[in-house]
Design a protein around this ligand. Structure first.
Ligand code: SAM
Length: 283
């Protein structure tokens, strides 16, 4: 009889975020396959679990899968963990899981933390449908091309992003998508956990916070709202801005920001269109 491959979710920061079942499975497994054995040892020693570990990471996934599958076929139970969160979610594990299934070995998920779900659940963005994008390409041009492919998806996008690229990714996203609601979820479950919520064109990461681990969430394209020209009787951006200044006493900058947001375009794009309209009016 083959053993079982358990896919065990582990904390993404706070060590208390581990299920009783995960702890039991780790205690009872014959072997724990870890992305980084030294990293997982800290978790195991915190819970006084003493078990043999073996590395299973992006660079040895192929060879190690073959070895581990043999052990599973010999009847050993193996728990697979990654450094943080759920294995296979932007982490190694696909190879051994797909091969185990192909060989008729039982694969059992032990659910728990994942940054994508933690970030989404507290983001305030629509959750009925969401698209998990994982990491975007590192090069700016490739990142832009990927974001263009995603532009027609009508659900919240969840992206894993490196802190040194977040500013540039937001700039590119703003150019590609126009205005959308955006959330940066940082250092989830850790001491410096924080959320920044704002439209793409306005979002700023407070000084000193462009570090740590980040999930970037981008809301679906903004729906036309009561601020749209059809509802106010105004048809151009210029008319709409003037209408808001007149009726609400806002200054031009804030009125333009509102119009841009309602139209799902960036402030600079709205400003450019308004100048064009002004040119046409004075012609
Ligand atoms: N398997 C993990 C999961 O289930 O979330 C993801 C692993 S992936 C290699 C690491 C990325 O996940 C980070 O670069 C970051 O984007 C995101 N991440 C992981 N832990 C996080 C945390 N505590 N706060 C915010 N983002 C986190």
């Amino acid at each position: 009889m083959s053993g079982t491959l358990y896919i065990v979710a582990t904390p993404i920061g706070n060590l208390e975020d581990i299920t009783l079942r995960a702890l039991r499975v780790l205690k009872e497994a014959d072997l724990i396959a870890c992305e980084d054995t030294r990293h997982t040892r800290k978790l195991l020693s915190h819970y006084q679990i003493s078990k043999p570990t073996v590395s299973y990471h992006a660079h040895n996934e192929y060879e190690r899968s073959t070895e581990l599958l043999k052990k599973l076929e010999d009847g050993l139970n193996i728990a697979l963990v990654s450094d943080a969160g759920t294995p296979l979610i932007s982490d190694p594990g696909f190879r051994i899981v797909s091969e185990a299934i192909a060989r008729g070995i039982s694969v059992v998920p032990i659910p728990g933390p994942s940054a994508v779900i933690a970030a989404l659940s507290a983001s305030g963005l629509p959750t009925t449908e969401f698209a998990f994008v994982g990491f975007l390409p590192a090069r700016r041009a490739a990142r832009r091309a990927r974001l263009k492919e995603l532009a027609n998806i009508k659900s919240t996008l969840v992206v894993y992003e490196a802190p040194h690229r977040i500013k540039e990714t937001i700039e590119v996203a703003c150019e590609v998508f126009g205005e959308r609601e955006c959330v940066i979820a940082r250092e989830l479950t850790k001491f410096h956990e924080g959320f920044v919520r704002a439209p793409l064109s306005e979002i700023e990461i407070p000084a000193g916070q462009a570090r740590g681990e980040i999930v970037l969430l981008i809301g679906p394209a903004l729906e036309r709202s009561v601020e749209q020209p059809e509802n106010t009787g105004a048809h151009s951006i210029l008319e709409q801005v003037q209408e808001i200044i007149r009726s609400e006493g806002l200054d031009q900058r804030d009125a333009l920001k509102r119009v841009a947001r309602a139209r799902g375009i960036s402030k600079s794009e709205a400003y450019r269109l308004m100048l064009q309209e002004r040119g046409r009016v004075s012609d």
